[in-house]
Design a protein around this ligand. Sequence first.
Ligand code: XMP
Length: 506
Amino acid sequence: GIIILDFGSQYNQLIARRIREHGVYSEVIPFNTPVEEIVAKNPSGIILSGGPSSVNAENAHLVEKSLLEKNIPILGICYGMQLITHLLGGTVKKGIKGEYGKAQLEIQKSNDLLSGVSRNSTVWMSHFDEVESLPEGFNINGMTDVISAISNESKHIYCVQFHPEVSHTEEGAKMLENFIFKICDAPKSWKLTNYIDETIADIKAKVGQQKVILGLSGGVDSSVAAVLIHRAIGDQLQCIFVDTGLLRKDEGNKVMENYGEHFNLKIKMIDASERFLSKLKDISDPEEKRKIIGNEFVAVFDEESHKIEGAKFLAQGTIYPDVIESQSVKGPSAVIKSHHNVGGLPEEMDFELLEPLRELFKDEVRKVGVELGIPAHLVNRHPFPGPGLGIRILGAVDEDKVRILQEADDIFIEELYKNDLYEKVSQAFVVLLPVKSVGVMGDERTYEYTAVVRSANTTDFMTATWSRLPYEFLDTVSSRIINEVRGINRVAYDISSKPPATIEWE
Ligand code: XMP
Protein backbone atom coordinates (compact mmCIF):
# COMPACT_ATOMS: atom_id res chain seq x y z
CA GLY A 1 0.00 0.00 0.00
CA ILE A 2 0.91 3.66 0.35
CA ILE A 3 2.51 4.99 3.51
CA ILE A 4 1.84 8.54 4.65
CA LEU A 5 4.43 10.00 6.97
CA ASP A 6 2.70 12.29 9.42
CA PHE A 7 4.34 15.66 9.95
CA GLY A 8 1.28 17.02 11.68
CA SER A 9 -0.95 18.29 8.88
CA GLN A 10 -4.65 18.32 9.60
CA TYR A 11 -5.17 16.82 6.14
CA ASN A 12 -3.32 13.52 6.65
CA GLN A 13 -6.39 11.45 7.30
CA LEU A 14 -7.90 12.89 4.21
CA ILE A 15 -4.97 11.73 2.06
CA ALA A 16 -5.36 8.20 3.43
CA ARG A 17 -9.08 8.25 2.71
CA ARG A 18 -8.63 9.52 -0.83
CA ILE A 19 -6.22 6.69 -1.54
CA ARG A 20 -8.45 4.04 -0.01
CA GLU A 21 -11.31 5.31 -2.15
CA HIS A 22 -9.27 3.98 -5.08
CA GLY A 23 -9.11 0.54 -3.46
CA VAL A 24 -5.49 0.96 -2.41
CA TYR A 25 -4.48 0.37 1.18
CA SER A 26 -2.87 3.29 2.95
CA GLU A 27 -1.79 4.06 6.47
CA VAL A 28 -0.56 7.11 8.35
CA ILE A 29 2.51 6.62 10.52
CA PRO A 30 4.63 9.08 12.55
CA PHE A 31 7.38 10.87 10.60
CA ASN A 32 10.05 9.60 12.97
CA THR A 33 9.37 5.92 12.28
CA PRO A 34 12.81 4.36 11.59
CA VAL A 35 13.63 4.01 7.89
CA GLU A 36 14.14 0.22 8.15
CA GLU A 37 10.69 -0.13 9.66
CA ILE A 38 9.15 1.84 6.80
CA VAL A 39 11.02 -0.14 4.16
CA ALA A 40 10.07 -3.41 5.87
CA LYS A 41 6.43 -2.61 5.18
CA ASN A 42 7.29 -2.90 1.51
CA PRO A 43 5.26 0.14 0.45
CA SER A 44 4.38 0.85 -3.17
CA GLY A 45 4.93 4.51 -2.45
CA ILE A 46 5.51 6.99 0.35
CA ILE A 47 3.88 10.37 0.87
CA LEU A 48 5.59 12.98 3.00
CA SER A 49 2.76 15.09 4.29
CA GLY A 50 2.29 18.70 5.16
CA GLY A 51 2.98 19.98 8.63
CA PRO A 52 3.26 23.13 10.66
CA SER A 53 7.02 23.13 11.14
CA SER A 54 9.71 24.84 9.03
CA VAL A 55 12.67 22.89 7.63
CA ASN A 56 14.95 25.72 8.69
CA ALA A 57 13.77 25.67 12.28
CA GLU A 58 16.03 24.32 14.98
CA ASN A 59 13.81 21.41 15.95
CA ALA A 60 12.49 20.75 12.45
CA HIS A 61 10.76 17.41 11.87
CA LEU A 62 13.20 15.58 9.59
CA VAL A 63 13.59 12.14 8.09
CA GLU A 64 16.82 10.38 7.20
CA LYS A 65 17.95 11.21 3.70
CA SER A 66 18.39 7.48 3.04
CA LEU A 67 14.61 7.16 2.83
CA LEU A 68 14.81 9.03 -0.49
CA GLU A 69 17.37 6.60 -1.86
CA LYS A 70 15.43 3.34 -1.60
CA ASN A 71 14.01 3.61 -5.09
CA ILE A 72 10.49 3.77 -3.63
CA PRO A 73 8.32 6.41 -5.37
CA ILE A 74 7.88 9.48 -3.20
CA LEU A 75 5.36 12.30 -3.19
CA GLY A 76 6.09 15.34 -1.05
CA ILE A 77 3.14 17.56 -0.24
CA CYS A 78 3.61 21.11 1.10
CA TYR A 79 6.03 20.67 4.02
CA GLY A 80 6.99 17.36 2.39
CA MET A 81 8.14 19.26 -0.73
CA GLN A 82 10.21 21.65 1.35
CA LEU A 83 11.73 18.80 3.32
CA ILE A 84 12.78 16.88 0.20
CA THR A 85 14.24 20.07 -1.27
CA HIS A 86 16.14 20.71 1.94
CA LEU A 87 17.46 17.14 2.29
CA LEU A 88 18.65 16.93 -1.31
CA GLY A 89 20.54 20.22 -1.34
CA GLY A 90 18.03 22.78 -2.56
CA THR A 91 16.99 25.75 -0.46
CA VAL A 92 13.81 26.82 1.24
CA LYS A 93 13.19 30.40 2.28
CA LYS A 94 10.66 32.16 4.42
CA GLY A 95 7.84 33.45 2.29
CA ILE A 96 7.00 37.11 2.41
CA LYS A 97 3.40 36.68 3.32
CA GLY A 98 2.68 33.01 2.88
CA GLU A 99 -0.15 31.74 0.72
CA TYR A 100 -3.41 30.50 2.20
CA GLY A 101 -6.38 29.54 0.10
CA LYS A 102 -6.94 29.19 -3.60
CA ALA A 103 -4.23 29.83 -6.17
CA GLN A 104 -3.82 29.26 -9.91
CA LEU A 105 -1.41 26.53 -10.93
CA GLU A 106 0.17 26.85 -14.33
CA ILE A 107 1.87 23.75 -15.63
CA GLN A 108 5.17 24.48 -17.33
CA LYS A 109 6.38 20.97 -18.01
CA SER A 110 4.13 18.03 -17.38
CA ASN A 111 5.27 14.81 -15.72
CA ASP A 112 3.65 11.52 -14.70
CA LEU A 113 2.07 13.16 -11.67
CA LEU A 114 0.45 15.96 -13.68
CA SER A 115 -0.43 13.84 -16.67
CA GLY A 116 -3.96 14.66 -17.90
CA VAL A 117 -4.20 17.76 -15.70
CA SER A 118 -5.20 20.98 -17.47
CA ARG A 119 -2.56 23.64 -18.06
CA ASN A 120 -4.29 26.02 -15.69
CA SER A 121 -6.24 24.91 -12.65
CA THR A 122 -7.13 25.98 -9.14
CA VAL A 123 -5.16 24.52 -6.24
CA TRP A 124 -5.35 24.89 -2.46
CA MET A 125 -2.37 26.42 -0.71
CA SER A 126 -1.54 26.59 2.94
CA HIS A 127 2.10 27.41 3.56
CA PHE A 128 4.46 30.06 4.73
CA ASP A 129 7.87 28.87 3.53
CA GLU A 130 8.64 28.33 -0.14
CA VAL A 131 11.18 26.54 -2.30
CA GLU A 132 13.85 28.93 -3.50
CA SER A 133 16.30 26.76 -5.43
CA LEU A 134 15.95 23.18 -6.63
CA PRO A 135 18.06 20.18 -5.70
CA GLU A 136 20.25 18.83 -8.47
CA GLY A 137 18.41 16.72 -11.02
CA PHE A 138 15.01 18.35 -10.33
CA ASN A 139 12.81 20.23 -12.80
CA ILE A 140 10.14 22.84 -12.25
CA ASN A 141 6.83 21.43 -13.45
CA GLY A 142 4.37 24.04 -12.26
CA MET A 143 4.13 27.52 -10.78
CA THR A 144 1.65 29.52 -8.78
CA ASP A 145 3.12 32.74 -7.40
CA VAL A 146 5.84 30.43 -6.16
CA ILE A 147 7.46 27.21 -7.36
CA SER A 148 4.65 24.73 -6.83
CA ALA A 149 5.47 21.45 -8.55
CA ILE A 150 8.90 19.89 -9.02
CA SER A 151 10.19 16.40 -9.72
CA ASN A 152 13.13 14.19 -10.41
CA GLU A 153 11.46 11.54 -12.52
CA SER A 154 14.45 9.25 -12.83
CA LYS A 155 14.49 9.01 -9.02
CA HIS A 156 10.66 8.76 -8.85
CA ILE A 157 10.43 11.78 -6.55
CA TYR A 158 7.54 14.22 -7.04
CA CYS A 159 6.67 17.28 -5.02
CA VAL A 160 3.81 19.75 -4.87
CA GLN A 161 3.46 22.83 -2.73
CA PHE A 162 -0.35 22.72 -2.73
CA HIS A 163 -2.70 20.13 -1.23
CA PRO A 164 -4.00 17.69 -3.86
CA GLU A 165 -6.10 15.86 -1.22
CA VAL A 166 -8.54 18.70 -0.50
CA SER A 167 -11.50 19.17 -2.78
CA HIS A 168 -10.63 22.82 -3.47
CA THR A 169 -7.72 21.57 -5.58
CA GLU A 170 -9.77 20.99 -8.73
CA GLU A 171 -7.62 18.30 -10.27
CA GLY A 172 -6.08 16.95 -7.08
CA ALA A 173 -7.90 13.64 -7.35
CA LYS A 174 -6.35 13.08 -10.77
CA MET A 175 -2.88 13.79 -9.38
CA LEU A 176 -3.28 11.34 -6.48
CA GLU A 177 -4.62 8.75 -8.88
CA ASN A 178 -1.58 9.30 -11.13
CA PHE A 179 0.70 8.88 -8.15
CA ILE A 180 -0.77 5.65 -6.86
CA PHE A 181 -1.31 3.92 -10.21
CA LYS A 182 0.91 5.49 -12.88
CA ILE A 183 3.91 6.10 -10.63
CA CYS A 184 3.60 3.54 -7.80
CA ASP A 185 1.65 0.82 -9.60
CA ALA A 186 0.00 0.10 -6.23
CA PRO A 187 -2.18 -3.02 -6.03
CA LYS A 188 -5.93 -2.58 -5.57
CA SER A 189 -6.07 -4.85 -2.57
CA TRP A 190 -8.21 -2.79 -0.23
CA LYS A 191 -11.71 -4.15 -0.26
CA LEU A 192 -14.02 -4.02 2.71
CA THR A 193 -15.37 -7.51 2.10
CA ASN A 194 -11.83 -8.89 2.25
CA TYR A 195 -11.33 -6.86 5.38
CA ILE A 196 -14.37 -8.40 7.01
CA ASP A 197 -13.37 -11.97 6.14
CA GLU A 198 -9.78 -11.46 7.25
CA THR A 199 -10.82 -9.77 10.47
CA ILE A 200 -13.25 -12.55 11.34
CA ALA A 201 -10.49 -15.12 10.76
CA ASP A 202 -8.07 -13.07 12.90
CA ILE A 203 -10.55 -12.77 15.76
CA LYS A 204 -11.20 -16.53 15.71
CA ALA A 205 -7.48 -17.28 15.78
CA LYS A 206 -6.71 -14.76 18.50
CA VAL A 207 -9.62 -15.51 20.81
CA GLY A 208 -9.83 -19.29 20.48
CA GLN A 209 -12.24 -20.60 23.12
CA GLN A 210 -11.90 -17.56 25.40
CA LYS A 211 -14.58 -15.09 26.35
CA VAL A 212 -14.74 -11.48 25.16
CA ILE A 213 -16.59 -8.61 26.79
CA LEU A 214 -17.62 -5.43 25.07
CA GLY A 215 -19.23 -2.20 26.27
CA LEU A 216 -22.12 -1.70 23.89
CA SER A 217 -23.36 1.90 23.73
CA GLY A 218 -25.82 1.67 20.87
CA GLY A 219 -23.57 3.99 18.85
CA VAL A 220 -22.24 3.02 15.44
CA ASP A 221 -18.70 1.97 16.37
CA SER A 222 -19.41 -0.30 19.32
CA SER A 223 -22.41 -1.85 17.56
CA VAL A 224 -20.52 -2.67 14.38
CA ALA A 225 -17.62 -4.04 16.44
CA ALA A 226 -20.04 -6.21 18.42
CA VAL A 227 -21.79 -7.65 15.37
CA LEU A 228 -18.46 -8.33 13.66
CA ILE A 229 -17.03 -10.12 16.69
CA HIS A 230 -20.27 -12.03 17.14
CA ARG A 231 -19.91 -13.27 13.55
CA ALA A 232 -16.52 -14.65 14.50
CA ILE A 233 -17.12 -16.19 17.93
CA GLY A 234 -20.88 -16.16 18.57
CA ASP A 235 -21.87 -16.41 22.21
CA GLN A 236 -18.32 -16.22 23.49
CA LEU A 237 -19.02 -12.47 23.18
CA GLN A 238 -20.76 -10.92 26.17
CA CYS A 239 -21.90 -7.33 25.74
CA ILE A 240 -22.50 -4.98 28.63
CA PHE A 241 -24.89 -2.09 28.17
CA VAL A 242 -24.76 0.54 30.90
CA ASP A 243 -27.85 2.70 31.20
CA THR A 244 -26.44 5.86 32.74
CA GLY A 245 -29.87 7.42 32.97
CA LEU A 246 -28.53 10.07 30.61
CA LEU A 247 -29.40 8.36 27.35
CA ARG A 248 -31.94 9.26 24.73
CA LYS A 249 -35.54 8.21 25.24
CA ASP A 250 -36.00 4.45 25.26
CA GLU A 251 -32.39 3.83 24.19
CA GLY A 252 -31.95 0.74 26.33
CA ASN A 253 -35.02 -1.00 24.96
CA LYS A 254 -34.07 -0.11 21.42
CA VAL A 255 -30.59 -1.55 21.84
CA MET A 256 -32.03 -4.78 23.27
CA GLU A 257 -34.42 -5.00 20.37
CA ASN A 258 -32.00 -4.05 17.58
CA TYR A 259 -29.00 -6.03 18.72
CA GLY A 260 -30.27 -8.47 21.35
CA GLU A 261 -33.22 -9.76 19.36
CA HIS A 262 -32.29 -9.17 15.73
CA PHE A 263 -28.64 -10.10 15.98
CA ASN A 264 -28.87 -12.45 18.93
CA LEU A 265 -26.09 -10.71 20.79
CA LYS A 266 -25.79 -11.62 24.47
CA ILE A 267 -26.34 -8.29 26.22
CA LYS A 268 -26.32 -7.68 29.93
CA MET A 269 -28.27 -4.51 30.64
CA ILE A 270 -27.23 -2.59 33.74
CA ASP A 271 -29.55 0.09 35.01
CA ALA A 272 -27.17 2.43 36.80
CA SER A 273 -29.23 5.59 36.45
CA GLU A 274 -29.67 6.10 40.16
CA ARG A 275 -25.94 5.87 40.76
CA PHE A 276 -25.18 8.45 38.09
CA LEU A 277 -27.95 10.83 39.08
CA SER A 278 -27.07 10.79 42.75
CA LYS A 279 -23.39 11.46 41.99
CA LEU A 280 -24.43 14.36 39.75
CA LYS A 281 -26.80 15.93 42.24
CA ASP A 282 -26.23 19.73 42.48
CA ILE A 283 -23.15 19.62 40.26
CA SER A 284 -23.32 22.26 37.57
CA ASP A 285 -19.79 22.68 36.22
CA PRO A 286 -19.53 21.00 32.78
CA GLU A 287 -16.04 19.59 33.22
CA GLU A 288 -16.88 18.29 36.67
CA LYS A 289 -19.98 16.60 35.29
CA ARG A 290 -17.89 14.99 32.56
CA LYS A 291 -15.39 13.72 35.10
CA ILE A 292 -18.08 12.27 37.34
CA ILE A 293 -19.87 10.55 34.49
CA GLY A 294 -16.61 9.19 33.08
CA ASN A 295 -15.41 7.84 36.42
CA GLU A 296 -18.75 6.35 37.27
CA PHE A 297 -18.92 4.64 33.92
CA VAL A 298 -15.55 3.03 34.45
CA ALA A 299 -16.55 1.95 37.97
CA VAL A 300 -19.79 0.33 36.82
CA PHE A 301 -18.16 -1.34 33.84
CA ASP A 302 -15.32 -2.61 35.98
CA GLU A 303 -17.68 -4.18 38.51
CA GLU A 304 -19.81 -5.80 35.87
CA SER A 305 -16.96 -7.11 33.79
CA HIS A 306 -15.50 -8.86 36.81
CA LYS A 307 -18.76 -10.65 37.36
CA ILE A 308 -18.29 -12.34 34.00
CA GLU A 309 -16.17 -15.33 34.71
CA GLY A 310 -13.17 -16.17 32.60
CA ALA A 311 -13.34 -13.17 30.29
CA LYS A 312 -9.91 -12.66 28.79
CA PHE A 313 -10.49 -9.99 26.14
CA LEU A 314 -11.99 -6.54 26.20
CA ALA A 315 -13.31 -5.43 22.81
CA GLN A 316 -13.61 -1.78 21.84
CA GLY A 317 -14.94 0.08 18.84
CA THR A 318 -11.76 2.15 18.40
CA ILE A 319 -11.59 3.47 14.83
CA TYR A 320 -8.69 4.76 12.74
CA PRO A 321 -9.11 8.49 13.46
CA ASP A 322 -8.88 7.65 17.21
CA VAL A 323 -5.64 5.80 16.54
CA ILE A 324 -4.09 8.60 14.47
CA GLU A 325 -5.26 11.16 16.98
CA SER A 326 -3.47 9.38 19.80
CA GLN A 327 -0.19 8.96 17.89
CA SER A 328 -0.16 12.31 16.09
CA VAL A 329 2.81 14.64 16.30
CA LYS A 330 0.59 17.64 16.81
CA GLY A 331 1.49 19.61 19.89
CA PRO A 332 -0.91 19.62 22.79
CA SER A 333 -3.78 21.88 21.84
CA ALA A 334 -5.77 23.76 24.44
CA VAL A 335 -8.31 21.65 26.27
CA ILE A 336 -11.67 23.03 25.24
CA LYS A 337 -13.60 20.03 26.45
CA SER A 338 -12.15 16.92 27.99
CA HIS A 339 -13.94 14.47 25.75
CA HIS A 340 -14.93 11.46 27.67
CA ASN A 341 -15.84 8.60 25.40
CA VAL A 342 -17.76 5.65 26.72
CA GLY A 343 -15.60 3.45 24.49
CA GLY A 344 -12.46 4.72 26.18
CA LEU A 345 -11.73 2.55 29.17
CA PRO A 346 -8.49 2.75 31.12
CA GLU A 347 -5.76 0.39 30.02
CA GLU A 348 -4.97 -0.95 33.45
CA MET A 349 -8.05 -3.15 33.23
CA ASP A 350 -6.87 -6.67 33.27
CA PHE A 351 -7.82 -7.63 29.73
CA GLU A 352 -6.22 -8.05 26.41
CA LEU A 353 -7.61 -5.53 23.93
CA LEU A 354 -9.52 -6.50 20.82
CA GLU A 355 -10.10 -3.62 18.41
CA PRO A 356 -11.36 -4.97 15.09
CA LEU A 357 -12.16 -1.54 13.58
CA ARG A 358 -8.77 0.03 14.31
CA GLU A 359 -7.92 0.40 10.64
CA LEU A 360 -11.21 1.86 9.44
CA PHE A 361 -12.56 5.33 8.87
CA LYS A 362 -16.08 6.15 9.99
CA ASP A 363 -17.60 5.79 6.54
CA GLU A 364 -15.88 2.42 6.20
CA VAL A 365 -17.23 1.33 9.58
CA ARG A 366 -20.70 2.21 8.31
CA LYS A 367 -20.14 0.16 5.16
CA VAL A 368 -18.96 -2.80 7.21
CA GLY A 369 -22.11 -2.43 9.31
CA VAL A 370 -24.34 -2.50 6.24
CA GLU A 371 -22.37 -5.45 4.86
CA LEU A 372 -23.05 -7.28 8.14
CA GLY A 373 -26.75 -6.61 7.79
CA ILE A 374 -27.22 -3.74 10.23
CA PRO A 375 -30.05 -1.55 8.93
CA ALA A 376 -29.00 1.75 7.32
CA HIS A 377 -30.88 3.90 9.84
CA LEU A 378 -28.76 2.40 12.61
CA VAL A 379 -25.36 2.75 10.94
CA ASN A 380 -26.21 6.31 9.91
CA ARG A 381 -27.04 7.51 13.39
CA HIS A 382 -25.55 10.81 14.48
CA PRO A 383 -22.76 10.70 17.06
CA PHE A 384 -23.85 10.89 20.68
CA PRO A 385 -21.42 12.13 23.33
CA GLY A 386 -20.27 9.80 26.10
CA PRO A 387 -21.65 12.04 28.90
CA GLY A 388 -24.98 12.04 27.06
CA LEU A 389 -27.79 14.27 28.27
CA GLY A 390 -25.60 15.12 31.25
CA ILE A 391 -24.02 17.87 29.15
CA ARG A 392 -27.21 18.78 27.29
CA ILE A 393 -29.00 19.77 30.48
CA LEU A 394 -27.15 22.95 31.33
CA GLY A 395 -26.21 23.22 34.97
CA ALA A 396 -27.40 20.70 37.54
CA VAL A 397 -28.99 17.49 36.31
CA ASP A 398 -31.98 15.74 37.85
CA GLU A 399 -34.41 13.03 36.90
CA ASP A 400 -37.19 15.41 36.05
CA LYS A 401 -35.02 17.42 33.64
CA VAL A 402 -33.77 14.23 32.02
CA ARG A 403 -37.33 13.13 31.34
CA ILE A 404 -38.28 16.54 29.89
CA LEU A 405 -35.24 16.62 27.63
CA GLN A 406 -35.73 13.03 26.46
CA GLU A 407 -39.27 13.81 25.37
CA ALA A 408 -38.32 17.00 23.54
CA ASP A 409 -35.30 15.44 21.85
CA ASP A 410 -37.33 12.47 20.72
CA ILE A 411 -39.87 14.74 19.01
CA PHE A 412 -37.15 16.65 17.16
CA ILE A 413 -35.43 13.48 15.94
CA GLU A 414 -38.73 11.87 14.95
CA GLU A 415 -39.63 14.93 12.87
CA LEU A 416 -36.21 14.96 11.21
CA TYR A 417 -36.74 11.36 10.07
CA LYS A 418 -40.31 12.03 9.00
CA ASN A 419 -39.24 14.96 6.84
CA ASP A 420 -36.23 13.21 5.32
CA LEU A 421 -33.86 15.63 7.01
CA TYR A 422 -32.05 13.38 9.48
CA GLU A 423 -29.36 12.26 7.07
CA LYS A 424 -28.95 15.76 5.65
CA VAL A 425 -27.59 17.07 8.94
CA SER A 426 -24.56 15.82 10.86
CA GLN A 427 -25.76 16.07 14.42
CA ALA A 428 -29.07 17.21 15.86
CA PHE A 429 -30.42 17.34 19.38
CA VAL A 430 -32.24 19.43 21.94
CA VAL A 431 -30.61 21.28 24.84
CA LEU A 432 -32.48 22.09 28.04
CA LEU A 433 -31.79 25.44 29.65
CA PRO A 434 -32.40 25.83 33.39
CA VAL A 435 -34.05 29.15 32.59
CA LYS A 436 -37.78 29.66 33.08
CA SER A 437 -39.89 32.12 31.17
CA VAL A 438 -43.54 33.10 31.14
CA GLY A 439 -46.01 31.79 28.62
CA VAL A 440 -49.71 31.26 28.23
CA MET A 441 -51.52 28.01 27.57
CA GLY A 442 -55.29 28.14 27.20
CA ASP A 443 -56.21 30.72 29.81
CA GLU A 444 -53.40 29.77 32.14
CA ARG A 445 -50.12 31.48 32.81
CA THR A 446 -47.17 29.10 32.48
CA TYR A 447 -43.70 29.48 33.90
CA GLU A 448 -41.46 26.76 32.49
CA TYR A 449 -38.10 25.81 31.00
CA THR A 450 -36.66 26.82 27.63
CA ALA A 451 -35.51 24.23 25.10
CA VAL A 452 -32.99 24.96 22.39
CA VAL A 453 -33.07 23.00 19.16
CA ARG A 454 -29.56 22.48 17.76
CA SER A 455 -28.57 21.06 14.39
CA ALA A 456 -25.13 21.25 12.82
CA ASN A 457 -23.60 20.40 9.48
CA THR A 458 -19.98 19.37 9.41
CA THR A 459 -17.63 16.82 7.93
CA ASP A 460 -15.02 16.68 10.66
CA PHE A 461 -16.79 18.10 13.74
CA MET A 462 -13.88 20.53 14.13
CA THR A 463 -15.75 23.27 12.33
CA ALA A 464 -19.49 23.34 11.75
CA THR A 465 -22.29 25.53 10.51
CA TRP A 466 -25.85 25.56 11.82
CA SER A 467 -28.27 23.66 9.61
CA ARG A 468 -30.54 25.80 7.45
CA LEU A 469 -33.66 23.84 8.40
CA PRO A 470 -36.90 25.02 6.77
CA TYR A 471 -39.02 27.44 8.80
CA GLU A 472 -42.10 25.28 8.38
CA PHE A 473 -40.24 22.33 9.80
CA LEU A 474 -38.95 24.34 12.77
CA ASP A 475 -42.47 25.55 13.35
CA THR A 476 -43.76 21.98 13.56
CA VAL A 477 -40.99 20.97 15.95
CA SER A 478 -41.57 23.98 18.17
CA SER A 479 -45.35 23.50 18.39
CA ARG A 480 -45.03 19.81 19.06
CA ILE A 481 -42.47 20.27 21.82
CA ILE A 482 -44.42 23.02 23.56
CA ASN A 483 -47.74 21.20 23.25
CA GLU A 484 -46.55 17.70 24.08
CA VAL A 485 -43.79 18.15 26.63
CA ARG A 486 -44.84 19.29 30.05
CA GLY A 487 -42.13 21.50 31.46
CA ILE A 488 -41.18 23.42 28.31
CA ASN A 489 -43.05 26.50 27.14
CA ARG A 490 -40.50 28.10 24.82
CA VAL A 491 -38.30 26.81 22.00
CA ALA A 492 -35.31 28.59 20.44
CA TYR A 493 -33.17 27.58 17.48
CA ASP A 494 -29.40 27.78 17.82
CA ILE A 495 -27.87 29.74 14.92
CA SER A 496 -24.25 29.69 16.06
CA SER A 497 -21.43 28.23 14.02
CA LYS A 498 -18.33 26.49 15.32
CA PRO A 499 -16.04 28.27 15.94
CA PRO A 500 -16.63 30.42 17.89
CA ALA A 501 -19.44 28.36 19.43
CA THR A 502 -19.11 24.59 19.87
CA ILE A 503 -21.63 21.99 18.74
CA GLU A 504 -22.68 20.95 22.25
CA TRP A 505 -23.57 23.64 24.75
CA GLU A 506 -21.27 22.38 27.47
P1 XMP B 1 -18.09 20.18 20.41
O1 XMP B 1 -19.19 20.47 21.39
O2 XMP B 1 -16.73 20.14 21.05
O3 XMP B 1 -18.39 18.71 19.90
O4 XMP B 1 -18.14 21.07 19.20
C1 XMP B 1 -17.74 18.08 18.82
C2 XMP B 1 -18.21 16.64 18.77
O5 XMP B 1 -17.78 15.94 19.94
C3 XMP B 1 -18.88 15.45 20.67
N1 XMP B 1 -18.59 15.61 22.09
C4 XMP B 1 -18.26 14.59 22.90
N2 XMP B 1 -18.16 13.27 22.66
N3 XMP B 1 -17.59 12.92 24.90
C5 XMP B 1 -17.83 12.44 23.67
O6 XMP B 1 -17.75 11.22 23.49
C6 XMP B 1 -17.66 14.24 25.23
O7 XMP B 1 -17.42 14.64 26.35
C7 XMP B 1 -18.03 15.11 24.16
N4 XMP B 1 -18.21 16.45 24.08
C8 XMP B 1 -18.57 16.73 22.81
C9 XMP B 1 -20.07 16.26 20.22
O8 XMP B 1 -21.28 15.55 20.41
C10 XMP B 1 -19.73 16.52 18.76
O9 XMP B 1 -20.07 15.39 17.97
